[in-house]
Write a protein that binds this ligand. Structure first.
Ligand SMILES: C[S@@+](CC[C@H](N)C(=O)[O-])C[C@H]1O[C@@H](n2cnc3c(N)ncnc32)[C@H](O)[C@@H]1O
Length: 334
């Protein structure tokens, strides 16, 4: 099969996305995934594009994009929309009339140091609304590709799962992922840039290499870049002509990307951010603390730390006897 090609001319656009979606998808391709973070209509600076539309006009605009996405989508496809929960609640009946079906309500939480309001607690979360089109059957979903490591690997049941070659559990429906910060090299000056970890998590869990991933409100083209970095064809459109400066390069397309199961995608956990320490230091401290655990717990904990740090040999089947696994059940669920 010839390798897929990607070019800016075919995959990057300026314009009103409900219109561009009708004419600008390359021939012979149907998007498997729409992944987008629409304007929130709260007055951000998007160049020539207003982020303060009248509420009815705003809802109509989002509705038109959902309908043209549904028409352009493959018969089995996903639509993920990142937004504030109250905004989605307000648009709910309109969203349900676009053809897309509700699949899951995910919550993205992020540590934020800003905010001390007298009226409400600090906002540090957004909704990731997952919708599907299933006219061609269930859309693809690969929950094993990105997992969270076991929290109590010494537990008898968990140790058995690890011996059987399992490497972790399905993700929860709430995700702790840090905001894209100024110190981060992926950060540009544009409002609401979505972190690569979150985008790649959705892309890798719902599509295959070579599939077409579309973001109708591209901003910094972060979704297209996440798609290209994982071997998918990333398509983007934005009405703000200034966003052309963020268009990906052809060299961003990693066409030889190989998918794997049981990846841990988090680069920095909440706790390391709070403690203001790096991942390596955190792991050093956990290893130091593990030395104080009973031997059977220590062994399993260190195996998991090895795995989290990328040591492949931890995936090998263990030949340890059951006696070495702590018999008592952990108080934690896994
Ligand atoms: C929240 S930002 C997207 C940021 C993006 N997720 C990122 O990571 O950089 C929303 C974008 O939608 C664009 N936009 C607003 N209305 C649009 C429309 N009708 N068609 C296309 N783009 C639009 C704005 O210019 C803005 O760049």
């Amino acid at each position: 099969m010839p390798k897929k090609q990607w070019s800016r001319d075919d995959y990057c656009h300026v314009g009103n996305s409900s219109e561009v979606l009708r004419s600008g998808i390359p021939d012979g391709h149907s998007p498997s995934l729409f992944l987008t973070d629409p304007p929130y209509n709260i007055g951000h600076n998007y160049g020539n594009v207003s982020d303060r539309l009248k509420k009815d006009d705003y809802h109509r605009m989002i509705g038109e994009v959902l309908v043209s996405s549904y028409e352009a989508a493959a018969d089995s496809a996903h639509f993920f929309m990142i937004h504030y929960p109250e905004a989605i609640a307000e648009m709910w009946s309109m969203i349900m009339e676009t053809g897309w079906k509700f699949r899951q309500w995910l919550t993205w939480v992020y540590p934020s140091n800003i905010g001390m309001s007298n009226r409400a607690w600090t906002r540090a979360s957004r909704t990731v609304l997952w919708l599907v089109k299933d006219e061609g059957g269930e859309p693809k979903f690969y929950p094993k590709r990105i997992i969270r490591p076991y929290r109590n690997p010494w537990d008898r049941r968990v140790a058995q799962l690890i011996k059987d070659g399992k490497r972790g559990c399905s993700l929860y429906d709430w995700w702790e992922i840090n905001l894209t910060k100024n110190v981060n090299k992926e950060k540009s000056d544009y409002s609401n840039q979505i972190p690569q970890v979150l985008l790649q998590r959705i892309i890798r869990s719902t599509t295959d290499v070579g599939d077409l991933v579309v973001d109708p409100f591209s901003g910094t083209f972060s979704t297209a870049k996440a798609a290209l970095a994982t071997g998918r064809l990333g398509w983007g459109c934005d009405m703000n002509e200034e966003t052309q400066e963020y268009w990906p390069e052809e060299t961003d397309f990693i066409r030889d990307y190989v998918e794997e199961e049981y990846s841990i995608d988090q680069d920095q956990s909440f706790d390391t951010v709070r403690a203001n320490i790096g991942k390596e230091r955190m792991n050093e401290m956990l290893r130091w603390a593990s030395e104080r655990l009973p031997p059977s717990q220590r062994k399993w904990t260190i195996r998991e730390l090895d795995f989290i740090e990328g040591a492949q040999e931890t995936a090998e089947t263990s030949d340890e006897s059951e006696d070495e696994v702590q018999k008592s059940r952990s108080v934690f669920d896994y």
